[in-house]
Design a protein around this ligand. Structure first.
Ligand SMILES: [Zn+2]
Length: 324
């Protein structure tokens, strides 16, 4: 069995497609409004038994690879990589050799996400909840964006992970846990007393975090700190909110780049759901290339100050160079 066959065996096309469109039952099949052309009544069908899709409106059809290629604007090889990660298949052929730490790091990130969410709803998260509520971030939004809280202290996450059978050494690969420079073999949490904004890939898997200090706590490092470069997190390609925004970007045919994570959350609340933020960096060419999969049009809405104007100008230049 080759890689593609193995992946198809492990993934259900219905599950993959339902990550993009709302599928409704239609006899033995499922149907939806076609994501590839505009229509008012659904002519896009998915056949679970055969693991294929077909649109009677625009004629597009194929298997799970075709779907992801069309949807994400990827070549076959890239779609193969993306679905291999999702299926937990290690590709044997070609140039793709997943590093051993990658799968572990993904597991750590998933556990950490749950831990931060739980902590936010616990008594430890009281101050963070008060701040979010002050900023008009509702409980519904907290759930949708899966916001959390990293407790003060040095080992809340490290201890939790240990209780889940994950050693500090393994956890280090996720970028969430650090080894003490003075005491080798002793580890501590990178994010402490911070509101946690998880950053996801296109399949809603957490790849990293952005942590914001609580108000009045600005002495400890930056206002935001982010996951460092890891096997799964590449900041030049990470876009905050993309997992929730990408379908809207496609639909509205433009993306909106905002400065901060909280701006994205609040604009979502206001009904502007095609917004993303670059994760603590100036907008990069790679980020624009990702946005271009969904629409060629991009708008920048940055703060009206010197830094904001400069960043927007630089982003616009790059977008023009990319033909957007
Ligand atoms: Zn169609």
């Amino acid at each position: 069995m080759n890689d593609a066959e193995e992946i198809k065996k492990r993934l259900n096309i219905v599950e993959v497609i339902s990550g993009y469109v709302r599928l409704l039952p239609a006899g033995a099949n499922k149907k939806a409004l076609c994501p590839f052309h505009n229509e008012k009544s659904p002519s896009f069908t998915v056949n679970e038994e055969k693991q294929i899709f077909h649109c009677f409106g625009c004629g597009k059809g194929g298997d799970v690879f075709t779907f992801v290629q069309e949807m994400e604007g990827l070549g076959f090889r890239e779609a193969l990589k993306m679905l291999a990660e999702r299926a937990g298949v290690e590709l044997s052929g070609g140039d793709f050799k997943p590093r051993a730490g990658k799968k572990e790091a993904r597991e750590v990130l998933k556990e950490a996400l749950v831990f931060f969410e739980k902590t936010l709803t616990s008594p430890l998260g009281e101050e963070a909840r008060a701040y979010l509520s002050f900023r008009k971030v509702s409980e519904k939004l907290i759930k949708e964006f899966r916001l959390g809280f990293a407790p003060a202290g040095w080992s809340g996450l490290t201890d939790y992970l240990a209780s889940r059978g994950i050693s500090a050494k393994e956890a280090e690969k996720s970028g969430l846990v650090l080894e003490s420079p003075n005491r080798p073999g002793s580890f501590y949490d990178r994010f402490r007393a911070r509101i946690m904004f998880p950053i996801f890939d296109g399949f809603d898997n957490p790849i990293g975090f952005s942590g914001r200090v609580l108000p009045g706590d600005d002495s400890k490092g930056g206002k935001y700190i982010n996951t460092p470069q890891t096997d799964v997190y590449d900041k030049s390609q990470a876009l905050y909110g993309l997992n929730l925004a990408k379908q809207k970007i496609k639909k509205k045919d433009f993306s909106l780049i905002l400065e901060g994570n909280l701006d994205v959350v609040l604009s979502y609340k206001a009904g502007v759901k095609n917004a993303v933020a670059s994760c603590g960096t100036a907008v990069t060419r790679e980020q624009l290339k990702i946005l271009r999969r969904y629409s060629n049009n991009v708008f920048f809405a940055f703060d009206n100050d010197e830094a904001g104007l400069k960043a927007a100008e630089k982003g616009l230049d790059l977008a023009l160079e990319e033909g957007m």
